[in-house]
Design a protein around this ligand. Sequence first.
Ligand code: TYM
Length: 351
Amino acid sequence: KPLVFSGVQPTGNLHLGNYLGAIRKFVALQENNDCIYCVVDLHAITAQLVHADMRSQIRSIAAAFIAAGIDPKRHIVFNQSAVPQHAELAWIFNCVARIGWMERMTQFKDKSGGKNAEQMSLGLLAYPSLMAADILVYRGTHVPVGDDQKQHLELARDIAMKFNIDFMEHIRRTDYGVDIKVGEEPVHAFFPMVEPLIDGPAPRVMSLRDGTKKMSKSDASDLSRINLMDDADAISKKIRKAKTDPDALPSEVDGLKGRAEADNLVGIYAALADKTKGQVLEEFGGQQFSVFKPALVDLAVNVLAPISGEMRRLMDDTTHIDGILRDGGERARARAEVTMNQVREIVGFLH
Ligand code: TYM
């Protein structure tokens, strides 16, 4: 049975990229799957150790999940540090994975750019190992994320595969394994191979100021991103000021090639409207940005205003959000402990 897992870091403001690349997909997936959505506070201390308002950041991510439409009763919403099994499995994965695998991650290279090894935490390097543990401690199979997380999920597969192979004989001695095929290779596996879910018209939402950079929480320019909590005026201003080229929109998707900013805005429109880029261009092909941008403003405000309104309401009553997280944490812990009991036995620890 598919198990959907994904996580969002409680660092900085959630933006349209987080919503379209991840949270919106979380909502859609709950219809037919068992879903676990996590606020990854242990990841949040890898790049910057001390946070003044970590608790409110954690609550605001949880509030965004709920406001967007995630049902915390049918599914699980919790924060990572409430389930110590994540860190326990991550430690074992630190011993399975190789340092070179971590050093090759482009996100690590980006975040470490210009810094030397004395200035970076060991946690930043081991980040993907914890991420693999997040998913696999529930034996998760499907992971909705934006395109920037693809490489981390490939690494999660490598870690799962190496664990399965290194401990193959140990796994055989238990009845926890299942026969799977990896390519043509039959493997008696304990951990499944995770599938990234990255499809849709906006797998990588780009900065509104520069179509070659992804929209990011850490961009110094607030004009580069639409925050989930932005009001209608801010959304309107940012979209009106968004960088574009002088040409009209093309009527075919092919015509967006080499026009990164136009491509980005059409992708955003399509994702918000639940359409394909082709359908958006059928409607707006041949039109100028002076026509398209106001339509995009209306659409973005219509979709985002109810979410930010509900987030504000939820943030006013922290006992409600804290209750959801506590309940989710308990249920997650019970499930993670089942896996960890098996892992401890496979690895050979005495309990
Ligand atoms: P984070 O917190 O940086 O981002 C949360 C989600 O938003 C997606 N995203 C984007 N999608 C499209 N366009 C963008 N510009 C954009 N920016 C961010 C991210 O891809 C992500 O899906 N390492 C993860 C958190 C994590 C996780 C996990 C995810 C920890 N453990 C286990 C999945 C499974 C991260 O830093 O996401």
